[in-house]
Design a protein. Structure first.
Length: 361
């Protein structure tokens, strides 16, 4: 079989060589003979070849330049395959689905989300104000498009959709607001004690207004006076006192602050989030102190609360203050230092219930 195969190849070459040499361009014809022979060798050794899209395109295009009757002897694929490749090329050329349709291009989801975010964050902004803000940020968008986005989301595109939210109002007035609320503790003798906590919204500084087992209306009035005395000259910076609708906050309690020109903000019923800053502070107070100690009596509670609030105001970081303590709220962050050249000293607070750290030389 090997001998017959060799003889066949020799005869085939002898027949091809004269036919090619009779042509004028000998170098090109010789190159063609080499390529034909290499093609025959590859066909003998490779049973199946993988064609890339570029290979298919090239072979399908060249097939139109050759007689169809010779496709089988020239190409390694069947004529049906070549025709299928060609039909695919024609279909791709005539496919207009990827071309942009006439009219305005659709608005991206990112732009829509930004429009809705601006409308939610700024209730007083109308659709033209939002459009101007987007143009300033580099997003070219029509005012009518903004109007359609707001309208589709059920938001009135008018200039003023509603008044400020409770959160927006408190944020805008933060520096002049103090919030008050009670926290209760059950002693080891199952006696309930109440402490009145005051928190400054602007600095998050917390104060203890008083402790009692019987928080009557008269007691809260005296606690209000104590708060004003503690603030001293800073009373002039206060504009509002935020409280809930507890019956212990009487009209007389409100009158103490009103006499100093301070307004009263009563949070909506059963809406603790309206007094979120004070509620969060009391939550920290419970997690970090009250839930980890057994309180004996009022004196014991006053002592531990005083120590904790001193730590809370001077050393405890707050996320809302860029991880500074309330005492640092109106100052610049500490200058970074190289810890390799300094020592860090630990100070135990409340007999190790928590710790403070200080840089020492």
């Amino acid at each position: 079989m090997v001998l017959l195969s060799l003889l066949y190849q020799i005869v085939r070459c002898l027949l091809d060589v004269p036919a090619v040499l009779l042509r004028r361009d000998l170098s090109k014809d010789a190159e063609l003979l080499v390529l034909r022979h290499e093609n025959a060798v590859l066909h003998r050794h490779i049973a199946w070849a993988r064609y890339t899209p570029a290979d298919r395109l090239w072979l399908a295009a060249l097939s139109r330049l050759l007689p169809r009757r010779r496709w089988k002897e020239i190409f390694s694929v069947t004529p049906a395959t070549l025709l299928a490749w060609h039909r695919r090329l024609v279909a791709r050329k005539r496919d207009y689905s990827s071309r942009r349709r006439p009219g305005r291009p659709p608005t991206t989801a990112a732009i829509k989300n930004l429009v809705l975010r601006m409308a939610t964050d700024n209730p007083q902004w109308g659709h033209r104000r939002i459009q101007g803000e987007l143009v300033r940020l580099g997003h070219r968008i029509g005012a009518s498009t903004v109007w359609e986005i707001l309208n589709a989301a059920g938001i009135d595109p008018a200039r003023r959709r509603s008044g400020p939210t409770w959160k927006q109002f408190l944020s805008a007035q933060a520096k002049g607001i103090v919030a008050v609320d009670f926290v209760h503790v059950d002693t080891v003798f199952l006696k309930r004690i109440y402490a009145l906590i005051v928190v400054e919204h602007g600095t998050r500084r917390a104060h203890l207004a008083g402790i009692t087992a019987n928080p009557t209306g008269a007691w809260t009035v005296q606690a209000a006076r104590n708060v004003l005395m503690e603030f001293g000259e800073r009373v002039d910076t206060l504009t509002f006192v935020l409280r809930d609708r507890d019956s212990r906050f009487t009209r007389a309690f409100d009158a103490v602050f009103a006499a100093e020109g301070i307004g009263i903000l009563a949070s909506p019923p059963q809406a603790p989030r309206a007094n979120a800053i004070c509620e969060r502070m009391i939550g920290s107070l419970r997690r970090e102190l009250l839930d980890r100690l057994l309180i004996v009596n009022e004196q014991h509670l006053r002592r531990v609360l005083t120590a904790y609030l001193r730590h809370f105001n001077t050393a405890r970081p707050h996320r809302s203050l860029q991880q500074l303590a309330p005492a640092q709220a109106e100052t610049r962050p500490p200058t970074p230092i190289d810890l390799a050249d300094h020592r860090v000293r630990r100070r135990l607070i409340l007999d190790g219930l928590t710790s403070e750290y200080k840089i020492v030389a």
